[in-house]
Design a protein around this ligand. Structure first.
Ligand SMILES: [Zn+2]
Length: 246
C-alpha cells in the first residue's frame, strides 16, 4: 500500500467529518495510484473512524483487489471521473449542507458568479448533474466533470477532484462556502453577478495560470506539487486581471 496516499486519504476523511460535510456513513474518497489501481475509503464506516488498515484497493473497474473490507457503492461516480479526467488523482464526494441544499433544489447557485477569486479558482460554472439512481448511468457526471473541477449532484451532494488531496478538499470547502454565501444573500435580494467582462478577464487569468481541467497544474504528471492550484496566489491573479480592464 502507498502509505503516504493512505495517510492523506485518512486525514481527508476525518476533515470531511470534522467540517460537518458528511453524516452517518456518507461520503467517499479515492486516489489513483501509479500502478493503475486506486485506494478508496471503506463502506459502512463513519469518516471520523476511517483508519489506514480499513482502506481498500480497487482496480480500474472498481473491483476490490486489496484490503479486507468492501468498497462503497458510489464507486461508479469515481469511475466516471477516472474516464473523463485522466489528469486527476483525487476524487472526493460529500454532502455539505448548503451546497447539497442547492443541489436538492435543482438550482446552480454559481450560474452567475459573484466573487472574483472563486472564478479564478473554480471557473464560471459549478454544473448541476441531474439525479441518477445509484449504479445507473453516470454519463451526465462524466460530461460535466470533463469541464469542471466541482460538480453538484442533484438530490444528492457534491463531488470535487484534484491533483492532490489538499486541492480536492479546498475545492469542496470553496463550493460549500460559496453555496452558503449564495443562500445568505438570497433573502437580501440575491448576490449581484460580476460584470461579464470581469468574468471573461478572470477566466483568462485562470487559463494563463494553468488552472482548471486540462490545465498544467492539474496534471498527474506535474513535477512540482507546489504548482497545484491550492498554492497559486489567486488574489494576485484577480488584481492583475481586473487591472487590465482599466
Ligand atoms: Zn453520496
Amino acid at each position: 500500500m502507498d502509505e503516504s496516499a493512505a495517510r492523506s486519504l485518512v486525514a481527508l476523511c476525518q476533515d470531511l467529518h470534522r467540517n460537518g460535510w458528511v453524516a452517518n456513513h456518507d461520503g467517499n474518497v479515492s486516489v489513483r495510484l501509479a500502478d493503475g489501481t486506486a485506494l478508496a475509503s471503506p463502506t459502512a464506516v463513519s469518516k471520523r473512524d476511517v483508519r489506514p488498515e480499513m482502506l481498500v484497493t480497487v482496480d480500474g473497474e472498481g473491483k476490490v483487489v486489496g484490503g479486507s473490507r468492501r468498497v462503497f457503492s458510489e464507486i461508479a461516480l469515481h469511475r466516471a471521473v477516472w474516464r473523463a479526467r485522466p489528469d486527476v488523482r483525487w476524487v472526493v464526494h460529500a454532502h455539505p449542507p448548503y451546497a447539497t441544499a442547492w443541489a436538492c433544489s435543482g438550482e446552480e447557485f454559481w450560474a452567475s458568479p459573484f466573487l472574483a477569486e472563486a472564478v479564478v479558482s473554480l471557473g464560471d460554472r459549478i454544473p448541476l448533474v441531474a439525479t441518477r439512481l445509484p449504479g445507473s448511468d453516470t454519463g451526465g457526471l462524466e460530461a460535466a466533470i470533463a469541464g469542471a473541477d466541482a460538480v453538484l449532484l442533484g438530490n444528492h451532494g457534491v463531488l470535487t477532484v484534484g491533483p492532490d488531496a489538499e486541492t480536492a478538499l479546498l475545492r469542496m470547502e470553496l463550493v460549500e462556502h460559496l453555496a452558503r454565501i449564495a443562500a445568505l444573500a438570497r433573502p437580501l435580494g440575491g448576490p449581484l453577478p460580476l460584470p461579464a467582462e470581469h468574468v471573461a478577464k478572470l477566466l483568462e487569468a485562470r487559463r494563463k495560470a494553468g488552472l482548471g481541467p486540462g490545465g498544467a497544474t492539474t496534471s498527474m504528471n506535474t513535477a512540482s506539487p507546489a504548482a497545484a492550484s491550492s498554492a497559486t496566489d489567486v488574489a494576485a491573479l484577480v488584481q492583475d486581471a481586473l487591472r487590465r480592464l482599466g
